[in-house]
Ligand binder design. Structure first.
Ligand SMILES: [Fe+2]
Length: 184
């Protein structure tokens, strides 16, 4: 059955809200960038349809977090939006691959070790992209911020690595390896 990501987003976000517009615009940019990256590695046979839809849905969990800057008034820390998105997508009965893209896209993925060391408020499991499609969407997402000040900017590989390194050097290293693989 074909998936309509905007209809799915509309089940959780008021289509007249600023947050809906912000989420859909961000997701469209990430979907377009993901497809561009995927075309560059066509020999690896990425699933283009899946990439487009999963990229549209990767951030669906943000409304459950507290991020007043972008209009999210939920109770969870922002870092939780990936696995919360997975819960929503799994709950809709979508194939589990969709939820995994959401759970594994934050940072350059988050390792179980990262979660334990930094005592992150996340379930104790590895949340690093595994499949080609997961890696592509995670990388594409890093090029676009949702914060109002940076919304119209496209990040560069250098800037992404710098900001990921602040979180943890492992994040920057993982991203750099994928960026090499994808010629970013
Ligand atoms: Fe996200």
């Amino acid at each position: 059955m074909p998936i309509d990501p905007v209809e799915i987003i509309s089940q959780f976000y008021d289509p007249d809200s600023k947050l809906f517009t912000l989420l859909v615009e961000h997701s469209r940019k990430v979907a377009a960038k993901s497809l561009e990256i995927a075309k560059g590695v066509a020999h690896l046979n990425p699933d283009m349809d899946f990439i487009e839809n999963a990229a549209m849905l990767h951030d669906i969990g943000i409304f459950k977090t507290s991020s007043p800057k972008i209009g999210c008034a939920g109770k969870y820390p922002y870092v939780c939006h990936g696995y919360l998105g997975r819960e929503l997508l799994d709950g809709l009965g979508l194939p589990r691959e969709f939820g995994l893209v959401s759970e594994r896209h934050t940072g350059a993925g988050i390792t179980l070790e990262n979660i334990i060391e930094a005592d992150l408020p996340l379930p104790h499991r590895d949340m690093v992209p595994v499949t080609l499609e997961e890696k592509i969407i995670c990388c594409a997402d890093k090029f676009y911020s949702k914060s109002p000040k940076k919304q119209n900017k496209v990040m560069t590989r250098k800037k992404i690595e710098k900001s990921l390194a602040k979180l943890n050097p492992g994040h920057a290293e993982r991203f750099a390896a994928w960026a090499d693989e994808f010629n970013l």
